[in-house]
Design a protein around this ligand. Structure first.
Ligand SMILES: *Cc1c(COP(=O)(O)O)cnc(C)c1O
Length: 362
């Protein structure tokens, strides 16, 4: 028998969340962001289940080519662009669109155009409107656009940017409206499709849905911030579950696990769950991090170890060996676990380890 831990991917939830994205986006086209193995949900699975989407956006060159070779006919967009000239040529040959975010990349495209006059590309010029990761600042954006426009292999130029605070429109340091203002100013008069909204911007500021949106976390049913996933009408697309594999009875004064960091102050019944940080569960999760055992919400106890964790069964007398455990999913929002562990749902779903078997259900 395999170890009882499993990640179940809910295909109906993925489809439902895509519908939510479509409704929010109105007339805008939707990129499904499927980087990081579709946020841990499986790239090929996402490609099949989300086949109605307008395009797939991702980061990893080999994954993009794999999607094309697997038969995906619609647009593909590389959000970080290419990493060297070989990547760029491979993208062009596979009709993969890509962001262009620095001068060196433009020079690479100029050189490719001289060397391989037959290849063509559709690119997205990226603006740095305050995030200060990738892109051209608004004052040099027109010049970058003109230089790209002059390259024979460049067939079309879209324009994109990324929000620093889409989940907090009035962030005092960089409000959403200020990034929009810079983008509008920097792109004024330039021809081409516009794409600025991630999940949070898409749902919280629908007027920013422009020509394309980039829907990531919302497709997977976790929150991008500001409100809960449920309030956004999203459904969890992944359930991580396991079982109780041992039960211990603690007397007051006895401790559980590494570091003996949790000490019982009363008689306790403790369940040992086959799930640890080597499965992707956050080691930083403190005592009391929510978990559902035998249908009842309880909490973790003591440190998360590599392959196991302890949970409190004191008030769940029906729990027994092999009782089902939900670490997150349909009945326990991944965001609740993430908040307890000091992180975000994104990180938890992306971190599910390769050793965890994945199954699909509706
Ligand atoms: C990952 C990513 C997204 C998706 O963001 P979500 O918050 O998951 O919707 C959008 N745009 C870019 C550039 C990204 O890297």
């Amino acid at each position: 028998m395999p170890r009882p831990i499993v990640a179940t991917i809910h295909t109906d939830a993925l489809r439902h969340n895509l519908q939510v994205a479509r409704q929010q986006a109105g007339a805008a086209k939707v990129w499904a962001v499927v980087k990081a193995n579709a946020y841990g949900h499986g790239l090929m699975r996402a490609m099949h289940v989300l086949s109605d989407v307008d395009g797939l956006a991702l980061i990893e060159p080999d994954a993009a080519v794999a999607v094309r070779e697997a038969g995906w006919k619609k647009p593909i967009l590389m959000l970080e662009g290419f990493f060297d000239a070989t990547d760029a040529v491979s993208f062009m040959q596979n009709d993969i669109q890509f962001a262009v975010h620095n001068e060196d990349q433009i020079a690479v495209l100029e050189a490719i155009s001289l060397r391989l006059p037959e290849v063509q590309c559709d690119v997205w010029l990226k603006m740095n409107s305050g995030m200060n990761r990738l892109g051209f600042r608004p004052d040099v954006f027109h010049a970058a656009y003109a230089r790209l426009r002059a390259i024979p292999c460049v067939r079309s130029i879209g324009m994109m940017m990324h929000f620093a605070n889409a989940d907090e429109a009035n962030n005092p340091h960089l409000p959403v409206a200020e990034q929009v203002r810079r983008f509008r100013q920097g792109t004024a008069g330039l021809e081409g499709p516009l794409c600025i909204a991630n999940s949070a911007a898409q749902m919280l500021e629908p007027e920013l849905d422009l020509d394309w949106v980039r829907a990531g976390i919302m497709l997977y049913g976790a929150t991008p911030g500001a409100r809960t996933a449920r309030e956004f009408g999203l459904e969890p697309a992944m359930t991580l579950s396991s079982q109780i594999i041992a039960i211990q009875h603690l007397a007051p004064g006895e401790a559980v696990g590494y570091g003996s960091s949790f000490v019982a102050t009363k008689p306790m019944r403790i369940g040992v769950v086959a799930c640890g940080y080597a499965d992707g569960y956050p080691r930083t999760a403190p005592t009391g991090t929510p978990v559902i055992v035998h249908g009842v919400r309880t909490g973790t106890v003591g440190r998360i170890s590599m392959d196991m964790m302890a949970v409190d069964l004191t008030d769940i007398p029906d729990a027994h060996l092999e009782s089902p455990v939900e670490l997150w999913g349909k009945n326990l929002p991944i965001d609740d676990v993430a908040t307890a562990a000091g992180t975000i749902g994104y990180e938890l779903m992306c971190a599910v380890a390769p050793r965890v078997p994945v199954q699909e259900s509706k």
